[in-house]
Write a protein that binds this ligand. Structure first.
Ligand SMILES: NC(=O)c1ccc[n+]([C@@H]2O[C@H](COP(=O)([O-])OP(=O)(O)OC[C@H]3O[C@@H](n4cnc5c(N)ncnc54)[C@H](OP(=O)(O)O)[C@@H]3O)[C@@H](O)[C@H]2O)c1
Length: 254
């Protein structure tokens, strides 16, 4: 029997890579998107050997406005139907807004917001027509508060949470679900890319976070924070005055 197909962005490292391993272990074939072809090829070989997974790997830059359509064209050309979409690709840059280059600002907006929104818009109608499908958007606990020192990144993740929750409601009863996963500090390449310090306490592993997201997606949950502490943070931010949150959340560069 043909396996269901999952489309995963950001599968070349960190949480996205672990999503690919999890979905493959659960007998999905995969369409993977990220820029580093060597990483995707290595992962495809690993999953083929371990689980017999077929992988269609696309080394594409999702900050380019045409990429989501290109991915969908490739999927249509291969005659595939997407049953799961995991919008994981994302990045942050640390630094004050006034000193950050426009390239760094637009890279975050184009990847974390525009590509995620476009892919969701391109995939969702097909899922609704099939009355079947699951979308998982990777937000962050950063989306629950403003982030001085990393203002754009925090704001992009607030968008992801808001969009995903609204779509969860819009799709209720259709057979399609939209879930938002909000990780906290997770070991991956994220902090190297962002030029941020990585500490020891309170950090989760990428595979642990991916498992929490996968389980929530399977259950069709609206929102899940990764782990007890992060769940507490996402709840706590509702009751802490915004002025105090601004002090707590100030991000320091390396
Ligand atoms: N790590 C954390 O502490 C943390 C906390 C909260 C939320 N998150 C979120 O979790 C998600 C995954 O991050 P991670 O921690 O796993 O970081 P990561 O290890 O840096 O992975 C990021 C992934 O996004 C891909 N990506 C980056 N720019 C891209 C582009 N222009 N086009 C296509 N793909 C691109 C990267 O692949 P290429 O470089 O090969 O393109 C990589 O596969 C992100 O949305 C992040 O915001 C992370």
């Amino acid at each position: 029997m043909a396996r269901p197909i999952a489309l995963i962005t950001g599968a070349s490292s960190g949480i996205g890579l672990e999503f690919a391993r999890l979905l493959a272990a659960n007998r999905y074939d995969l369409v993977l998107v990220a820029r580093r072809q060597d990483r995707l090829t290595g992962l495809a070989e690993e999953l083929k050997t371990k689980y017999g997974t077929t992988v269609w790997a696309h080394d594409l830059d999702l900050t380019l406005s045409e990429t989501p359509q290109r991915v969908m064209q490739e999927i249509e050309k291969a005659g595939l139907t997407i049953e799961v979409l995991i919008n994981d690709a994302g990045l942050g840059h640390a630094g004050t807004f006034a000193t950050m280059s426009w390239e760094e600002i637009s890279e975050q907006v184009n990847l974390n917001i525009v590509a995620l929104t476009k892919l969701t818009r391109l995939v969702l109608p097909g899922m609704l027509a099939q009355k079947k499908g699951k979308i998982l958007n990777v937000g962050s606990i950063a989306g629950f508060l403003p982030g001085p020192g990393m203002a754009v990144y925090y704001a992009t993740k607030a968008f992801v949470i808001s969009l995903s929750e609204a779509l969860w409601q819009e799709t209720r009863g259709t057979g399609v679900t939209v879930t938002c996963l909000c990780p906290g500090l997770t070991r991956s390449e994220f902090h190297t890319v962002a030029h941020m310090k990585s500490g020891k306490l309170g950090w989760m592993t990428a595979d642990g976070v991916a498992k929490i997201g996968f389980d929530a997606m399977v259950k069709g949950k609206r929102l899940v924070s990764a782990g007890g502490v992060n769940t507490l943070v996402s709840w706590g931010t509702r009751f802490v005055p915004r002025r105090l949150l601004l002090l707590i959340a100030t991000v320091r560069r390396q």
